[in-house]
Design a binder for this molecule. Structure first.
Ligand code: TXA
Ligand code: MG
Length: 346
């Protein structure tokens, strides 16, 4: 049985938080909102609790989890070698959607890190997430609260749809504000490297610490063996086949209109996952407006909800385009690339 509690996202009721913390303390699973997406949390220091996360999601054991903490002081308890680079970035962006990969302290279970000697740590800024971590009194391991490979949840209903009956409690704090996951930055190596672009942009990070590297997450024989599954290959996928068109806006839209026409003549239902201003030039499709094409924050906030909404409306295929690689555009590009059944460069 999965219980569901509704909380104010700004001022969560301490009594409800206490109930949720009690579930974490007795090694249960609690889904909760963060500013990025909903997480599926368990006591990070209890290997048996962490194993339940993998079982509930159907997640392979070789895909490590992020450990959520309430302060940098707490980060220092689970991770080692906190360098000046981390201190600077934490001062600029934490709490917030930035995850650090650091050498782990010995007592962090290998179940959490999938056998790695590094641990991913993040201080979320969402008041419900922070209150839950503090009240639980333990670090909380939490991947996104979706079935493995599926689109990440940005509402409690999304979590319910994927995981009801498989988790103890879902805290409903409304829709999340950022909508894509945190940026994962590996600071355990000489050149800090973005493993997954996300809520904090590459440009923002580089303004604080200078140039960083960006790992190529595209699937390849070489990558497959080295990179954890969450970072590559098909992931974040809706049920419909997603066609992702990459290139200059006018040409991309032209190509998508062609694809829409073809699909409709084959009797397929076509969903559009596009900017508001892209939609008027399409006919007889199921539109989902992500936001204005120059408002990447809205587009990010609505991306996953849009994929789920188009699935719910019975789209056979979903058409999408890229929004450049600057700022949040890079995270959008990364997620759409990995949600795609087909990538078309124009
Ligand atoms: O915004 C977020 O980061 C959300 C919320 C809930 O905090 N969490 C999230 O978790 O997206 P998850 O498990 O879906 O993605 C975590 C990513 C995975 O791609 C995993 O491979 C990577 O972080 N990761 C975790 N630990 C790592 C490590 N030690 N080394 C390299 N990558 C790691
Ligand atoms: Mg995930």
């Amino acid at each position: 049985m999965t219980q569901r509690l509704t909380l104010s996202p700004q001022n969560p009721d301490p009594e409800l938080i206490r109930q949720a913390a009690a579930v974490i303390q007795r090694r249960g699973l609690v889904a909760f909102p963060t500013e990025t997406v909903y997480g599926l949390g368990a006591n990070a220091l209890a290997a048996d609790a962490v194993e339940k996360i993998f079982r509930a999601k159907g997640r392979p054991a070789n895909d490590p989890l992020i450990v959520h903490l309430a302060s940098l002081a707490d980060v220092k308890r689970v991770a080692a070698d906190i360098s000046p680079v981390v201190e600077k970035l934490a001062a600029a962006f934490c709490p917030g959607p930035l995850t650090f990969v650091l050498p782990k302290q010995p007592f962090v279970p290998l179940t959490v890190t999938a056998g790695l000697e590094t641990v991913a740590v993040r201080i979320p800024s969402h008041p419900i997430a922070l209150a839950l971590i503090r009240a639980s009194g333990v670090p909380i391991a939490a991947p996104s609260a979706n079935r493995f490979g599926h689109t990440s949840p940005t509402t409690a209903q999304h979590v319910w749809d994927d995981l009801h009956g498989r988790v103890d409690l879902i805290l409903d704090g409304g829709a999340t504000s950022i909508g894509v996951e945190s940026t994962v930055l590996d600071v355990s190596r000489e050149t800090p490297t973005i493993l997954r672009p996300g809520g904090i942009s590459r440009e923002d990070i580089e303004r604080v610490i200078g140039e960083v590297a960006l790992r190529d997450n595209r699937p390849s024989a070489e990558n497959e063996s080295q990179i954890s599954p969450g970072l590559l290959g098909k992931h974040y996928t809706p049920k419909a086949e997603l066609f992702f068109c990459v290139g200059e806006k006018a040409q991309a839209l032209e190509k998508l209109r062609e694809l829409a026409h073809q699909a409709r003549t084959q009797g397929r239902r076509v969903g559009l996952l596009l900017a508001q201003d892209d939609l008027p030039s399409f006919e007889d499709c199921v539109p989902y407006a992500l936001g204005a094409s120059d408002d990447l924050q809205s587009i990010a906030r609505n991306l996953y909800a849009g994929m789920r909404a188009l699935d719910d409306q019975g789209a056979d295929i979903i058409l999408a385009r890229d929004f450049g690689k600057r700022g949040l555009g890079l995270a959008l590009y990364d997620r759409l690339l990995r949600a795609a059944s087909q990538v078309i460069e124009v």
